[in-house]
Design a protein around this ligand. Structure first.
Ligand code: AMP
Length: 200
C-alpha cells in the first residue's frame, strides 16, 4: 500500500498535485482542510468549533484531526493507498498517524515536501482567494499568520520523517506538469522499493 504525505506550506500546490496523483495512482485523497470545511458546511459541532480557529489562521487541536483521519482510514481500509494532504501538521499528529497506521499493519511510504518561498505563497493565496470563496485566503495578515503557524509548528514534521529516512524535498515553483512529473518520479521509486520488499 502506497501512503504518501504530501507536505508543504499553504499555497504550495498540495491540493492541485494531490488531484493529479490520485488519478494516476488510484489513491484516496485525505485533506484535513477539506474534511474540516465539509464539517463546517454541514453545521456539525466539530465544524463549529473548528471554524473560529480556521478563521483566525490557527491550527485545530491534534485529537480532532487525528480522529477524522482515523475514521477515513478505517472506511477505506481496502484502498490502494492514501495521500495525506495538510496532515500531519504537528509532530504529535505525525506520531498519531504512525500509531494509527500500525494498527492496520500499514506505514507511511514517504513524505514529499513542496518547497515554495513565503512571498510566492502570499501571492498565490491572495489570487486563490479571488475565486475559492475561502475567507482565510482573502486577508493578507491572515495568510501570513497561516504561513507563520506552518513555519513554527509544521516544519518540525519534516524532521520527524527525515529521521525515519522518508523525507524528500521537491521544487514547488514552476509548471504544474513539471512539478507533477518530479513527484511521480519519487513515487515510482517508492513503489519499486515496496515491490522489492514484498518479493524478499
Ligand atoms: P488547509 O486547507 O490545509 O490550508 O487548512 C485550512 C485550515 O484548516 C488551517 O489553517 C487550519 O486551521 C485547519 N487545519 C487543516 N488541517 C489541519 C491539521 N492537520 N491540523 C490542524 N489544523 C488543520
Amino acid at each position: 500500500m502506497l501512503n504518501i504525505v504530501l507536505f508543504g506550506p499553504p499555497g504550495a500546490g498540495k491540493g492541485t498535485q494531490s488531484q493529479k496523483l490520485i488519478d494516476k495512482y488510484n489513491l484516496i485523497h485525505l485533506s484535513t482542510g477539506d474534511l474540516l470545511r465539509s464539517e463546517i458546511a454541514a453545521g456539525t459541532e466539530l465544524g463549529l468549533r473548528a471554524k473560529s480557529l480556521m478563521d483566525n489562521g490557527l491550527l485545530v487541536p491534534d485529537e480532532v484531526v487525528i480522529g477524522m483521519i482515523a475514521n477515513k482510514v478505517k472506511e477505506h481500509k481496502h484502498a490502494k493507498g492514501f495521500i495525506f494532504d495538510g496532515f500531519p501538521r504537528t509532530v504529535p499528529q505525525a506520531q498519531g498517524l504512525d500509531k494509527l497506521l500500525q494498527e492496520h499493519d500499514l506505514e507511511i511510504s514517504g513524505m514529499l515536501a513542496l518547497k515554495v518561498d513565503d512571498e510566492e505563497l502570499t501571492k498565490r493565496l491572495l489570487l486563490r482567494g479571488q475565486t475559492s470563496g475561502r475567507p482565510d485566503d482573502q486577508n493578507e495578515d491572515l495568510i501570513r499568520k497561516r504561513v507563520q503557524e506552518y513555519n513554527n509548528k509544521t516544519t518540525p514534521v519534516a524532521d520527524y520523517y527525515n529521521g525515519q529516512g522518508k523525507f524528500q524535498a521537491v521544487e514547488g515553483i514552476g509548471e504544474i506538469e513539471e512539478i507533477f512529473q518530479e513527484l511521480c518520479k519519487h513515487i515510482d521509486a517508492l513503489l519499486e522499493k515496496e515491490e522489492k520488499e514484498d518479493k524478499a
